[in-house]
Write a protein that binds this ligand. Structure first.
Ligand code: FES
Length: 108
């Protein structure tokens, strides 16, 4: 990797001029720009909460935006507990609201 590619945009392959693609959130199709995190894509679509707490079922979304608070946990392609602020969206990703600890629907 060249030195000038070691920028946040370079590291995630962001390009404001590249073609947008789509992901889904609870079945709703959302546009995404290359390099956007899942949290950024949800925010851009006006979605501020995509998880509910284990106790009380209160809504949560991104809080710190840097991978420290774990408020932004989401289920991505069937895998729970992904920090949406750190996961770069990929074409066709299926993001779903995470309930509680995220393991209720797993066979484990
Ligand atoms: S918003 Fe805090 S870990 Fe993602």
């Amino acid at each position: 990797m060249k030195r000038d590619e070691r920028t946040p945009a370079g590291l995630v392959g962001a390009s404001p001029h590249a073609a947008a693609f789509t992901i889904t959130f609870d079945g709703r199709e959302l546009p995404v720009l290359p390099g956007q995190s899942i949290a950024a894509a949800l925010w851009a679509a006006g979605i501020l909460a995509w998880r509910s707490t284990r106790v009380g079922g209160r809504p949560r979304g991104a809080f710190c935006g840097i991978g420290q608070c774990y408020d932004c946990l989401a289920t991505v392609n069937g895998r729970p507990n992904r920090r949406a602020c750190l996961v770069t969206a990929r074409p066709g990703d299926a993001v779903t609201t995470q309930e509680g600890h995220g393991h209720a629907g797993l066979d484990t």
